[in-house]
Design a protein around this ligand. Structure first.
Ligand code: T5A
Ligand code: NA
Length: 217
């Protein structure tokens, strides 16, 4: 990291069971390296189920409570705002921040229910924008065969297919509006190969970023 640079903000997105958490952990340990005395990379997961809002989201996802579609959407967004200052602080300290899901999941999962796309985007306006978003692309049929699938709300092939359509729209818009990089990764491949393909894209950002952080959108 040079004196004027900050940490990179990297988001990992994808359908359920595409391997986001697996790859986020591999990436964090690669960025952190063997030296544990300084923090080089932190991992933040959305939803963060540990906060008060996160606990409400967790109960909803496990079908233990119900919310109006708009209300749960706003809670997911509020859960990101709770952590925005933490993200800023890490980046300013030169630490790379990896987010396991972010605002894009928020839009994709709510817009597929029929909520307006623009309405879904609105509460996340002003959040720190990622420098790079890795979209782990996997056929819903492949994801279904992976561990734990079907335990939570949204984990059906129908839902996942309609979520994917919204993710594709977001990806197209991100590619054309210059809002950071959106890179698709074939996540149906074997873990180590996926990790290598991710590292190829992340490596140039691993020594810090000179440009100032943008905001969504
Ligand atoms: N949501 C989220 C919203 O509606 N709005 C929002 O704003 C946000 C942020 C919970 C739900 O919330 C929704 C989206 C979700 O439906 P979550 O907590 O991220 O989101 O969900 P999790 O259940 O934790 O995570 P996922 O189901 O998305 O799984 P991952 O992280 O993609 O996959 P991972 O790494 O846990 O792997 C799953 C399984 O596959 C294996 C793993 O070992 C594991 O068993 N696996 C592989 N198998 C074969 N080949 C590979 N390459 C593999 N990689 C991993
Ligand atoms: Na899930």
């Amino acid at each position: 990291m040079t004196a004027t640079s900050r940490g990179a903000f990297i988001v990992i997105e994808g359908l359920d069971r595409s391997g986001k958490s697996t790859q986020a952990a591999i990436l964090q340990s690669r960025l952190q390296g063997p030296e544990q005395s300084t923090t080089k990379a932190v991992l933040i997961k959305f939803p963060d189920r540990t906060t008060t809002i996160g606990k409400m989201i967790d109960a909803y996802l496990r079908s233990q409570s119900e919310f109006d579609d708009h209300a749960i959407h706003l809670l997911f967004s509020a859960n990101r705002w709770e952590l925005a200052s933490t993200i800023y602080a890490h980046l300013a300290a030169g630490t790379t921040v990896i987010a396991d899901r972010y605002a894009f999941s928020g839009i994709a999962f709510s817009a597929r229910k029929g909520l307006s796309y623009d309405w879904c985007r609105a509460p996340d306006i002003g959040l720190p924008a990622p420098d790079l978003t890795l979209f782990l692309n996997v056929e819903p049929g492949v994801a279904r065969t992976r561990g734990g699938y079907g335990e939570e709300r949204y984990e059906t092939e129908d839902v996942q297919r309609s979520v994917r359509v919204v993710f594709e729209r977001i990806g197209e818009e991100m590619k054309t509006d210059g809002q950071g990089q959106w890179v698709e990764i074939d996540a149906s491949r074997e873990k180590d190969l996926v990790a290598r393909n991710i590292w190829r894209v992340v490596e140039p950002l691993s020594r810090g970023v000179a440009s100032s952080l943008r905001k969504l959108w």
